[in-house]
Write a protein that binds this ligand. Structure first.
Ligand code: PLP
Length: 435
């Protein structure tokens, strides 16, 4: 039987050899050694119900047997050639993406990560429009590179002392903390109108492209008003600005019933970028765009590992599995079940101040009666839930949003386990020691 380092020894070794910016979610992290569908196991054999799927990445379940078998078969057949040689898996994947993507999106570029997909999409949008500036939303996260972290509107993820230029930030549609002090029942979507103000006041009037997440993931499941993207798209069209939907988290069925989150908003983007759940944990990213936009990128493009047979075969198997096992429909049904359960809990625990999201892309903001962010309490809940065998995520600009984004194969029974664990954790939260 395989033996594993104790968590203490592994932690010491990690601290010695890994750069300090790579941080743990937990103050006492378990050493995870095995995964099976919606469950993870640590070095002691303890089981955890995984309600965070890595970071929203394990879409069909850890080591899903059918998907893993296809990956292994490909590993044993052909691993690498690069795109200057002709192989079929990348092309089959692109064909499938053209089938599932909305409207006339049909041309794909495959990368290794969401960051690279966003970089490549932005560059092509600039080439296609002959313009340069980019509009993004506040509280966004778009990746780790120089450009992608400059597109990110959260100081915790912006390490560059000199960010990339030509980026303008519009207010996001964050109804719980409306940047304009409005209420969703009575507002006139001033946040959408802010995009026009930003174009007029922070750009040349001719920006190339806007990039936005249909639901902001790292931002804390910030879920725009149903009409928000329609209004934004009208403004973008008025100024000839392209639109990239960053579906790195929301994509491939997670928001329930549709392949892509932006479809929930009835808007047709010019690009969709994706990564994470597309290959259930193997490195992949991609953008898909129209024939016309793609025709503006005629210079040779290469990404050594992008479109490799292993990740491409795996992604195709993932998409087939989502269809065969009706996982997007499951995301909708179980997601709603979780929301209903959280709303019940909220009656006894008002610190569950805002419950939001779609499908299995959910978040709960932990805040006080005057919406004071309760980051310490959120961290405590996540740590205690882990000790009780349930893995939850955490995020948001203020670090006070619990993120619930499990593999899409979870059941209502799993949801009940999570809800009862959360309840016990909330009961203890009232008593957490004040620093
Ligand atoms: C919305 C969004 N875009 C882009 C990225 C970057 O993806 P990657 O980490 O694969 O580079 C992330 C990662 O969390 C993300 O959530």
């Amino acid at each position: 039987m395989k033996t594993f380092l104790s968590r203490e020894d592994l932690r010491k070794k990690r601290d010695k050899f890994i750069v300090p910016g790579v941080k743990h979610l937990y103050s006492d992290p378990p050493h995870l050694v095995r995964g099976k569908m919606q469950f993870l196991y640590d070095e002691t054999g303890k089981e955890y119900l995984d309600m965070f799927a890595g970071i929203v990445t394990v879409s069909v379940g850890h080591c899903h047997p059918k998907v893993a078998a296809k990956t292994v078969e490909q590993v044993q057949t052909l691993q690498h050639t690069s795109t200057i040689f002709m192989t079929q898996p990348m092309v089959d994947l692109a064909e499938k993406l053209a089938e599932i993507a909305p409207g006339n999106l049909c041309k794909t570029f495959v990368t290794n990560s969401g960051t690279e997909a966003n970089e490549a999409a932005i560059r092509l949008a600039k080439l296609a429009s002959g313009r340069n500036e980019v509009i993004v939303l506040k509280h966004s996260y778009h990746g780790e590179s120089h450009l992608a972290s400059s597109l990110t509107s959260n100081h915790n993820w912006r390490p560059d002392l000199m960010p990339a230029a030509g980026i303008a930030f519009a207010e996001n549609c964050y109804c719980f903390r409306c940047p304009f002090g409005q209420k969703p029942e009575s507002c006139n979507l001033e946040c959408a109108q802010d995009v026009e103000r930003v174009i007029q006041t922070q750009t040349s009037g001719k920006p190339a492209v806007m990039i936005a997440e249909p639901i902001q993931g790292v931002g804390g499941a910030i879920t725009p008003h149903p009409e928000y993207f329609k209004q934004v798209k009208k403004i973008l069209e008025k100024y000839g600005v392209l639109f990239i939907a960053d579906e790195v988290q929301t994509g491939v069925g997670r928001t329930g019933n549709h392949w892509f989150g932006i479809t929930e908003y009835g808007v047709q983007p010019d690009f969709i970028t994706m990564a994470k759940g597309l290959a259930n944990g193997l490195p992949i990213g991609a953008f898909i765009t129209t024939d016309e936009i793609a025709s503006h990128g005629q210079k040779q493009q290469i990404n050594t590992f992008g479109g490799n047979p292993i990740s491409s075969t795996t992604a195709l198997a993932v998409l087939e599995t989502i269809e065969e096992e009706k996982l997007s429909q499951n995301a909708k049904v179980v997601g709603q079940y979780i929301v209903d359960g959280l709303k019940d809990l909220q009656k006894s625990f008002p610190i569950l101040a805002d419950i939001r999201g779609k499908g299995l892309m959910l978040g709960v903001e932990i805040a006080g009666p005057n919406k004071e962010p309760m980051a310490k309490e959120a961290a405590y809940i996540v740590e205690e839930a882990k000790n009780a065998g349930v893995i939850l995520g955490k995020g948001g600009l203020y670090g006070c949003t619990i993120r619930i984004k499990p593999p899409m194969c979870i059941t209502k029974e799993n949801a009940d386990t999570m809800l009862s664990t959360l309840k016990k954790t909330l009961e203890k939260t009232a008593k957490i020691p004040v620093a």
